[in-house]
Design a protein around this ligand. Structure first.
Ligand code: AMP
Length: 221
């Protein structure tokens, strides 16, 4: 059975880091719509030009554009054995479209990494990212980010949308557009919620257990 995972949670919950680790461990691709958009902005493609201003004010790129990107990506051969979606879906319309894309495939396992708002603002204002390889500095080391990346030695900088006023807007958008998604998924037998306010390694252990348990349930084991 393919392991088709949707990783949910507010900005700063550690979704990206956890999704990276989980996908690498299970040898399935991590598909981050935020990463795809940031690549497009960097490359200056038409998609990037359209997305840049929307992203910089903390708003959402249109459902139509994002759904098209994900439909194409999930159709590639490397996603047939499973995938981890990070940052998608973010609206009920995107979740409905994903269900259509997934018809005839193994069921989605949906995990929500829950963290209170004030902890998120603290984490995000102290988040630094490597400009060369994209690695995050540990948000736990607030305020004193290393100048160079621990993984590749590249230069660290803050994301354009990690300024406090943009973060507050992203959290507002999350509460308005994305939190309702939890109700969309909560009743499914393959939905699991995780406490994201614990150290990253504990979150990782909880995630592994929750995803395996949900997948076992879906298989009818
Ligand atoms: P992320 O890295 O997931 O926080 O995404 C960064 C930004 O990209 C978001 O604040 C949105 O502007 C945009 N974005 C990423 N994923 C989506 C999505 N599923 N729907 C709409 N906009 C998105």
């Amino acid at each position: 059975m393919a392991l088709n995972v949707v990783m949910m949670g507010p900005p700063g919950a550690g979704k990206g880091t956890q999704a990276d680790r989980f996908a690498a461990g299970r040898q399935i691709p991590k598909i981050s719509t935020g990463d795809i958009l940031r690549e497009a902005v960097k490359a200056g493609t038409e998609l990037g030009l359209r997305a840049k201003a929307v992203m910089e004010r903390g708003d959402l790129v249109s459902d139509e554009i994002i759904i098209g990107i994900v439909r194409e990506r999930l159709g590639r051969p490397d996603a047939a054995r499973g995938f981890v979606l990070d940052g998608f879906p973010r609206t009920v319309a995107q979740a409905e479209a994903l269900d259509v894309i997934m018809s005839g495939r193994d069921p989605l396992v949906v995990v929500d990494i829950a963290v209170p708002d004030e902890a998120l603002v603290r984490r995000l204002t102290s988040r630094w990212v490597c400009r060369a390889c994209g690695a995050n500095a540990d948000p736990g080391q607030a305020g004193v980010p290393a100048a160079t990346c621990a993984r590749c030695g590249g230069p660290m900088s803050q994301r354009a949308d990690d300024r406090e006023e943009v973060i507050r807007e992203r959290l507002r958008v999350y509460a308005r557009d994305t939190r309702p998604l939890l109700d969309y998924y909560r009743a499914r037998p393959t939905f699991r919620a995780i406490d994201g306010a614990q150290p990253a390694d504990r979150v990782a252990t909880a995630l592994d257990a929750a995803i395996d348990d949900a997948a076992r349930g879906a298989r009818g084991a």
